[in-house]
Design a protein around this ligand. Sequence first.
Ligand SMILES: Nc1ncnc2c1ncn2[C@@H]1O[C@H](COP(=O)(O)OP(=O)(O)OP(=O)(O)O)[C@@H](O)[C@H]1O
Length: 682
Amino acid sequence: MNGGSRRQRYSSEQLLFDVPANAGAGRWAQQRGGVRRGDGEIFVSVEPATPARLCGGDAAAGDSPGQRQQLSPGLLDLHAFDTELIPDFQVPGIYDGAQKFGYGGGLDESDMRFTSNKMMSKSTIFPDGNYLKAFTEKEKAAPVAKIKVVVRKRPLNKKEVSKKEEDIVDIEQRSNSLTVHETKLKVDLTEYVEKHEFVFDAVLDEDVSNDEVYRETVEPVVPAIFNRTKATCFAYGQTGSGKTYTMRPLPLKASQDVLRLMHHTYRNQGFQLYVSFFEIYGGKLFDLLNDRSKLCMREDGKQKVCIVGLQEYRVSDIETIKELIEKGSATRSTGTTGANEESSRSHAILQLAIKRRVDGNDSKPPRPVGKLSFIDLAGSERGADTTDNDKQTRIEGAEINKSLLALKECIRALDNDQTHIPFRGSKLTEVLRDSFIGDSRTVMISCISPSSGSCEHTLNTLRYADRVKSLSKGSNAKKDVSLAVPLRESNSSPLPSVVPSFSASEVMNDITGRSNFGWPKQQYVKEQPAPTFVERMPKAKDAVEFTSSNIAEVPDIMYQLGRQPSRKDVTLANNMRNSVAYPTRRVEPDDDDEHLNNLLQEEEELVSAHRKQVEETLDILKEEMNILGDADQPGFQLDDYITRLSSMLSQKAAVIVDLQARLEQFQRLLNENNVLLYAQSP
Ligand SMILES: Nc1ncnc2c1ncn2[C@@H]1O[C@H](COP(=O)(O)OP(=O)(O)OP(=O)(O)O)[C@@H](O)[C@H]1O
């Protein structure tokens, strides 16, 4: 049938299809017959003579073609059949076979959306959100990158639209790149747009569904957790950027795949699935599946982290998992921030653990095999969220910042195969310790808002993602390449009329402070981290005070000055790039550790200073109670009362000022570390 195509036999392949939940025989049979070939369409043939077996879930099995079968939700397992090979796309499946079996119909291509045209990677989304999917042994064994960084942009929300904020993020899915258009002001107050371009492993725009996010991120790592791999998927981004929206569906989808593999590919091999769900809030652990009971973290003799008291539920059906996830999510700590009414104040960690009972021995506990952890991080900017929130929120922010910094450090250390991994940097990384040692995979989903009002946070998120990406060995992640392009709008007066004409070398001089043409220096020098660039530069003692970005950006600076850089300018910039030595702060591999340690030490000192302040205040309070008591007594000495009260108030003020100074110092350090987070070289 359908001549002209090559034919391929999948005798040794086993293809597993998830049958959509509501795709009983009726639905399938009622579809219009046949599936046409072509780009993105499927064609399937099961030859009458080929033994094909349909089974799975509660579907009735039939062993020979021509036999009518009842399909119901579950798994459809097809093997040993022929199929036509269609260039670029093929799905060996059941549709024509189904006709032969007497279904009288297949699926029309309009009912199917293929998201991949890779051989043997087949996924179909039905309009109702159900899906048909096939895996092969080959697919299972496909290597998965150790660190994968994916960016997801959410749509503008109503609030942003009503404030007339613009979408400033362009996504180019085909090249996995995105551009942020940042509007800035020149010295003469005309606007210009600075473009920041990034490349990641995948970029997903606002139209991409949660199903597609799953396929791009977690799906490829699922088979690996049956093979001793520990995989971690986390979402990162400012509050309201869509972390929870993105993360929430992933565990359930992964569970479906895990169950499918357990019940089919690894049938009768003793694998079991366990679910746990907890949160880290203010440095403490709470079980989200056990009335938020407080948990303790302990290390055993082998330095393995155990969370004492954490309830793990053994699950074997998707409904139970769904209930558990819903229960845990409802228990999670949320609060309100300026950007999100239901903001996560904690890091929520949901773990799917695969264990194995060896030789059916029920007396021994099952052995841990692999684990998949989903982390919905609290908003990344919460530490800086000091304006419209209270003290408690700011303390939460400090804790969150610390854990994000520590998380980045751990990923970096892991990817460098460093022996020392700074797990102790935060509760989050301590908890994840066993997910990071051995054969591990990390998927980071950076969530960004497209709105102009969130530009700074978006850039910070992307820089963090870029940093994580650049940690990945062999990464060819393009760094934040910024280009300043004058706005062509009427209110932007063209700069050439107001600025003198400079050559690149003059601009270079200006950057180095030798001459500033009367213009404030900052106007020319963009804050522009260039993570690996400085590292690659040779060091020299007496080199001028350049930053890595200054030189790389000469042509950009020329643009800012309204000048089109000539080829000579660009060449000069390139030459400078290659020859000038950089004395900028070189970040040694252990610098981050040191910062982290400083931060932790400062934090300890702050807490003990606070404790001292409370004790001292209590003493003063007692004293105050005494003088108030005296005031009620006959013979009350007013002069004495005034002197003592004045002294006490001064003491109280001094103690508070002292604590305040320490707190400010700590906040500064946090902010610096935050800057480092985005700007450091690996
Ligand atoms: N891709 C998207 N498509 C449609 N709506 C989205 C998308 N991403 C987020 N939203 C909506 O935006 C709002 C904020 O999203 P969400 O709660 O996931 O943010 P968050 O990053 O988890 O915030 P926080 O850190 O404060 O918890 C929600 O109402 C959510 O439904």
